[in-house]
Design a protein around this ligand. Sequence first.
Ligand code: ZN
Length: 312
Amino acid sequence: MAALDVQRITLAVIGTASSTMREKLGPLLGTHKRLGTMRSITDEDRMTYSNLLVEQSGPVCRIWLNREPVRNAQSQLLLDELDAALTRARDDADTRVVVLAAKGKHFSAGHDLKEAQEKRADFSVEERWAYEEKRYFNYCMNLWDFPKPTVAQVQGACVAAGFMVANMCDLIVASEDAFFSDPVTHTMGAAATEVLIHPWVMSLRAAKEFLFMGERVSARRAYELGIVNKVVAIGELPDAAMQVAQRIAQAPPFAMRILKKSLNRVADAQGMRQALSAHFDLHQLSHVSSEYLRTRDAGLAKAIQKGATHGA
Ligand code: ZN
């Protein structure tokens, strides 16, 4: 093995190790400072992730979904990489805030239905439950429970699972062209997406309209509904999201961490976690309903043409 390869592997191992491990290993290998304080989009990040880009800007780690040709459709690989990148940002002592962004014109059109058609159309109940519990429900809750503040940076389509993931972040900054929708019940015959975050990020009445109608909601309307914190011009979005993140990062990190925990406990005290778990169970039931199976048998591609973006 070439010396360069050994160094790359070492860097990757350190990058995914806990802060304590890095403190022990870093000085020995002389790489701790570089990794810990000045990480930007490095070769190692490009190597580690094929569906993401990671950019470090001082205390802010910005993770970019990077499947522009398919409107950042969430494949299995993208979701696995995103969860791994978040774990890495969580364990990086120098990262105080995470921005979740996306390359291209659209934040995310939802789950990758082409991949779902090819790989998971014939899943048994047990297989689908395991797949969706891990990658859709648990990964989302990992983001909701992320110990540091998170900011979603949203442009273009933020649809179905795209909406679900963006709303796991603490704040959302959107550009004027952003639009939000969850058309899954209309187009797929499945009961919304796996994590029914909707009534927790807008009023219950607004959530009913959003889901029953299944139509696009503009960035301005999303702002009025309280889904979005800030709407900016398209060209200003990356800077605006970074400014919000950098402002948050100025606060003492431990105080910020327990403040977030307390705020999330408000939702827990209101029963959010139990409600989300109960919906996940019923969502699984909807996957074996005759209505859903008719859609699946007609081909998920048809649902894609109708504008659905939800993976089975
Ligand atoms: Zn599902």
